[in-house]
Design a protein. Sequence first.
Length: 231
Amino acid sequence: MEDGRRVGARRLLVTTGLVNELPDVPGVRERWGRDVLHCPYCHGWEVRDQPIGVLASGPWAVHQALLFRQWTADLTLFLHTEPRPTDAEAEQLAARGIAVVEGEVSSLEVVEDRLTGIRLRSGEVVARRVLAVTTRLKARAGMLAGLGLEATDHPLGVGEHVDADGMGLTAVPGVWVAGNAADLMAQVVGAADAGVRAGAAINADLIAEDTRHAVTAHRDRASFTAGGRQS
């Protein structure tokens, strides 16, 4: 522990969650979780029918824009520092009525503690009430390095997670992981379910260990008793 204490345990379940690494745009961090959001499934209903912007900050920008389009007809994709969409992507965006704005975003405009617009490096301000961003999802796993366990790149390229099997068991015997540290896109219910499954697996593993020790002790007692009789 930070205060120098040591805590012993027979098994370890890691549920440290993740960190959202935000795009480096002034104002994004300050408005994060309010009118700067990332997930249409987590926040879409609350921001429905508002002017929404999507900040391109990775390969999933067009996909994210198409997802948020189901919540508003007034949607703008800000390319920021990302390349232009492919012809196929541009056609999809046009078909869904999603405006595309080129140019680097310099900051967010906020009036009376509410997002009012997106300012471009050119000085132009595009009125928006909500901004969706793509974050890099990184499991909080630094404390596991001493066990030889580190976060690895997620197969979908969305960040880093702790690899584990379906019950949460990692490559290190005795160490399980559950929730967003393992499943970067799990919501509350999914994370809770993973915790229940990992807990059950840990309980079963402890029972198996206790039983092995009991069998060994039982055999030792039987051997000792038999030896005493023979003598």
